[in-house]
Design a binder for this molecule. Structure first.
Ligand SMILES: Nc1ncnc2c1ncn2[C@@H]1O[C@H](COP(=O)(O)O)[C@@H](OP(=O)(O)O)[C@H]1O
Ligand SMILES: [Mg+2]
Length: 413
C-alpha cells in the first residue's frame, strides 16, 4: 500500500461521492488509501491527527446511511399503498380489471408518498426527484374522482406511520408532491430517482412489481432500494427446489461501499446477500422480462444457447429481477429492448446498485458501464446484461456473436 504525505481534502465541502472520487483520483501520490468496496480508509501520514483520521473514517463509512434509512421507509410506505390497491384490484370483477384506473391511482399515490416522505425526513438542502409520473392528466376535470381517491390513499398511508402528524393533506398538496418528480437529473448534485410502480403489467396481473428508489450524487448511483411486495423470501427460478419458507414481500437496500441487504418488506432484520458464484454457464439460469414487448426473447434465447445455459428462462416483471439476482436466485439477467426504445434511468438505477453492491456486474451489450448522469434516459449500446464477475466475459462474447448473427440474418432478408 503506497503511503506518502497527506494533501488537504475538505470533508465538509464535498459530498461523500466527490470526496471519495477526489481521493481516488489522487490515490497514487497521496496519503489516503481507500478501498471503495469497504470504504475502509487508512492514513499513514504523521501530520494527520488520529481525531481527523477517525472523523474521516466515520464520515465515509456512514455516507448516505441516513438517506438510505429514509429511502427504505419511503419505499415501504409506498408499497403498503400499492398492496392495498392491488388487493382491491384482484378482488374486483373482470370489467374493472380491464380499467386502467387502479394502476393510475397506485402509480400516482406511490410517487406522492415517496416524495412527501423524502422531503419531510430530509428537509435540508434542495430536493430533486426524477420520477415517472407527472400530474398533468390528474388536473383535468374528468380526473376529479381519481384525485380524491389518491389523496385518501396517501393520507391513510402516511397516517399509518406514527411519526407523521394526523393533519390531512389536501388534493393540491398531493398534486404538488407528484410534480416534484419532473427533475431532469444530470451529472451534478443530488437527484432521487423513482419508479413508483415498476412492472405495471405485473401489478395488474397480480404478479411481480417493485417500488424502485435510488439516489444519484454527482452522476453516480450511491444508494438504492427495491420494495418487491410479491417476491417470495424463498429463492425463485429453481424449479426443483422445495422450500418451507412461504413468506412473501422483500425489501432490498444497498449503499455504496456497504453491500446489499435484504429483509422482509414489513419487518425482520436485514441480512447481507450476494450474487451467485456460478462459473459454469451450464449450471446458470437466466432472468428476462415477462413481457415479450419489453425484451427480445429470441435474442436472449440465442445468447443463452451460445453460452451453454441449459435451464429455460425465468420470466418475471420489474426490477424484482435485479433483487432476485442480487441474492443469487439466478446468475444472469438479459434485457434487449426492441429497436428504438430508450431505457429510462428509473427502470435500472436502484436495481443497478442492489446488484453491484452484492458483487455483480451490470453493463450494456458492449460491456460498458451504465451512465446514469445523462438525464432521464440511459444512452446504451444495445441492451443490458447483468451477471457475476466470473461469467461476464463469456456472456459478453456470447452477446456479441448473437447480435452479429441477428444483424447478418436481418440484412440478408
Ligand atoms: N417497449 C418497451 N421496451 C422495453 N421496456 C419497456 C417497453 N415498454 C415499457 N418498458 C419498460 O419496462 C418496464 C417494466 O420492466 P420489465 O419488462 O422488466 O417488467 C416498464 O416499467 P413500468 O411498468 O414502470 O412502466 C417500462 O418502463
Ligand atoms: Mg418501470
Amino acid at each position: 500500500m503506497a503511503m506518502c504525505v497527506a494533501s488537504p481534502v475538505s470533508i465538509n465541502s464535498l459530498s461523500p461521492v466527490r470526496l471519495l472520487s477526489s481521493v481516488l483520483q489522487s490515490n497514487t501520490k497521496r496519503s489516503f488509501f481507500i478501498s471503495f468496496k469497504t470504504l475502509r480508509i487508512s492514513i499513514s501520514s504523521s501530520s494527520s491527527s488520529s481525531n481527523q483520521r477517525s472523523a474521516f473514517t466515520a464520515a465515509a463509512s456512514m455516507a448516505y446511511a441516513r438517506e438510505l434509512d429514509v429511502a427504505k421507509k419511503a419505499a415501504s410506505l409506498a408499497a403498503r399503498l400499492c398492496q392495498t390497491v392491488q388487493k382491491a384490484l384482484l378482488q374486483s370483477d373482470v370489467q374493472s380489471k380491464s380499467d386502467k384506473s387502479p394502476v393510475t391511482v397506485a402509480d400516482y399515490g406511490s410517487q406522492a408518498v415517496v416524495s412527501l416522505v423524502l422531503q419531510r425526513e430530509l428537509p435540508f438542502g434542495s430536493f430533486s426527484l426524477v420520477a415517472e409520473e407527472d400530474s398533468g392528466d390528474l388536473r383535468k376535470s374528468e380526473s376529479q374522482e381519481t384525485l380524491k381517491r389518491i389523496t385518501e390513499l396517501v393520507n391513510d398511508t402516511l397516517s399509518s406511520d406514527a411519526t407523521y402528524s394526523k393533519s390531512p393533506l389536501s388534493e393540491d398538496d398531493v398534486l404538488a408532491a407528484i410534480d416534484t418528480g419532473k427533475s431532469e437529473g444530470g451529472p451534478h448534485g443530488r437527484h432521487w430517482v423513482l419508479d413508483p410502480i415498476d412492472g405495471t403489467k405485473g401489478f395488474v396481473r397480480g404478479d411481480q412489481y417493485a417500488i424502485a428508489l435510488a439516489l444519484l450524487d454527482e452522476g453516480r448511483v450511491v444508494l438504492g432500494v427495491l420494495a418487491c411486495p410479491n417476491l417470495p423470501l424463498a429463492p425463485i427460478g429453481h424449479p426443483h427446489q422445495d422450500s418451507v419458507q412461504t413468506q412473501v414481500g422483500c425489501l432490498f437496500s444497498a449503499r455504496i461501499g456497504a453491500g446489499t441487504d435484504m429483509q422482509l418488506l414489513h419487518g425482520s432484520s436485514p441480512m447481507k446477500v450476494h450474487v451467485s458464484t456460478i462459473e459454469n454457464p451450464a449450471e446458470a439460469s437466466f432472468f428476462e422480462s415477462f413481457e415479450a414487448a419489453h425484451s427480445l426473447h429470441g435474442l436472449s434465447s440465442s445468447i443463452a444457447k451460445k453460452l451453454g445455459v441449459q435451464a429455460p428462462p425465468v420470466r418475471i416483471d420489474s426490477q424484482a429481477k435485479y433483487g432476485a439476482l442480487a441474492r443469487g436466485d439466478g446468475a444472469i439477467y438479459l434485457r434487449f429492448a426492441h429497436q428504438g426504445y430508450r431505457e429510462k434511468i428509473w427502470d435500472h438505477a436502484a436495481g443497478f446498485i442492489v446488484v453491484t453492491e452484492a458483487g455483480g456486474v451490470v453493463a450494456d451489450a458492449a460491456g460498458n458501464a451504465l451512465d446514469f448522469s445523462k438525464g432521464r434516459y440511459l444512452d446504451l449500446e444495445k441492451g443490458i446484461v447483468v451477471t457475476n464477475q466470473k461469467l461476464m466475459p463469456s456472456l459478453l462474447n456470447a452477446v456479441r456473436d448473437a447480435v452479429r448473427e441477428e444483424s447478418e440474418s436481418a440484412s440478408s432478408l
